[in-house]
Write a protein that binds this ligand. Structure first.
Ligand code: ATP
Ligand code: LTN
Length: 337
């Protein structure tokens, strides 16, 4: 692809990212990466590894470094084409942190206090409620607004942050003059929110170490074992229903990986017990992830390719981001001779 954003007919712009804060889960795959694959032909896409966001929670430096590369390799293994998309690492493009500072001054304390992810994470990390955790959504707004993004494909949990990014863009545009495109959330209706296997009322998360998460890179045995142990209710019928959070979640996982409809899945497992159903879900997930895992290994073994890709794409991203940043600096009144 010609990655010069000005050269071809103007495609709409997409931006999305994942934090290298843990092993990517099947929630990240179903809720994010897998949906990106269909978008890459129609849109000008930026797919970012958001390492600046990851340090809002304490990370082991060596693990963060390793995971940053791994997330990029997972993007590639899942089918994101490096020739068609700008795939890069957030901290390689300093414009993200620079714009975030400016936008901090156009974001209200009250707005940030209402963010549910902040409230959840403050509870989870009560010993480290740092300012970065609080202003996390402003950095995310900077990611999005820097590239004049039209659409932001994420899971449902990020909708509130994208709406805030829109409010910040509107505010800035109103104080000065049109500067930013107003981004829209892009949340496919079919995208299920995958819940934790150990507590199906909570979102499956890559920072959950309690066995509630299935990693994209987990071994076949681990996947099957974790799904076998998933918390379910005391009933025995495999069907969607109120109070059946565990089974609802497993059915969602099954339909997401098998491509079957909820009705087809219910029919397939009519009359069988939870044990047989769980076994089938585990095997389906493991089978579907096999190819990604093989490709992942291939990319991880080619360090030069990954490093070169990061470098080249960071340059492209920076050259596009710089245009917005210069505009912003000029509008707020910074003196740059
Ligand atoms: P962390 O546990 O570190 O907070 P996370 O697993 O919630 O991370 P993020 O990096 O915050 O993952 O999210 C990356 C993308 O994956 C986002 O688009 C988010 O909406 C999506 N996503 C994360 N978890 C799920 C889930 N359980 N189901 C569906 N989508 C998800
Ligand atoms: N907060 C997001 C990750 C993220 C993101 C972004 C997603 C950071 N910057 C920009 C879309 C667009 C999350 O998924 N937790």
């Amino acid at each position: 692809m010609d990655k010069n954003i000005n050269s071809t007919e103007k495609k709409k712009v997409i931006f999305s990212g994942i934090q290298p804060s843990g092993n990517l889960t099947i929630g990240n795959y179903i809720g994010a990466v897998r949906n990106w694959i269909d978008l890459q032909n129609e849109y000008y896409c930026y797919f970012c590894v958001v390492d600046l966001h990851a340090i809002t929670v304490r990370q082991v430096p060596a693990d963060l470094r390793k995971r940053t590369k791994e997330v990029l390799a997972i993007y590639l293994a899942a089918g994101i084409d490096p020739e068609k998309n700008v795939m890069f690492v957030q901290s390689h493009v300093p414009a993200h942190a620079e714009l975030a500072w400016v936008l901090n001054c156009y974001t209200m304390f009250g707005e940030l206090s209402r963010m549910t992810q902040f409230k959840d994470k403050s509870r989870l990390h009560s010993d480290n409620i740092n300012a970065g955790l609080f202003t996390y959504p402003v950095l995310m707004a900077a990611d999005i607004l820097l590239y004049q993004t039209d659409l932001v494909p994420t899971g449902q949990d990020q909708k509130q942050h994208i709406e805030l990014a829109r409010d910040i863009a509107n505010r800035f545009n109103a104080v000065y003059s049109p500067t930013f495109v107003e981004p829209q959330p892009y949340i496919p209706k079919t995208t299920a929110k995958i819940m934790s296997l150990s507590d199906p009322t909570k979102k499956m998360s890559k920072s959950d170490f309690g066995g509630g998460s299935v990693g994209i890179l987990d071994s076949r045995d681990d996947i099957i074992r974790k799904i076998k142990r998933a918390v379910t209710d005391s009933g025995s019928e495999v069907c969607y229903g109120e109070g059946k959070d565990g089974i609802n979640n497993l059915l969602n996982i099954y339909t997401a990986f098998s491509g079957k409809t909820p009705e087809e899945a219910e029919k397939e497992f009519a009359g069988v017990g939870y044990g047989v159903f769980k076994e089938a879900v585990g095997e389906t997930v493991a089978d579907s992830l096999k190819e990604i895992q093989e490709k992942f290994k291939m990319y991880m073994d080619d360090k030069d390719f990954l490093d070169g890709l990061m470098e080249k794409n960071a340059e492209i991203a920076y050259s596009n981001a710089r245009k917005t940043l210069s505009k912003v600096y000029r509008k707020v009144g910074f003196y740059h001779p």
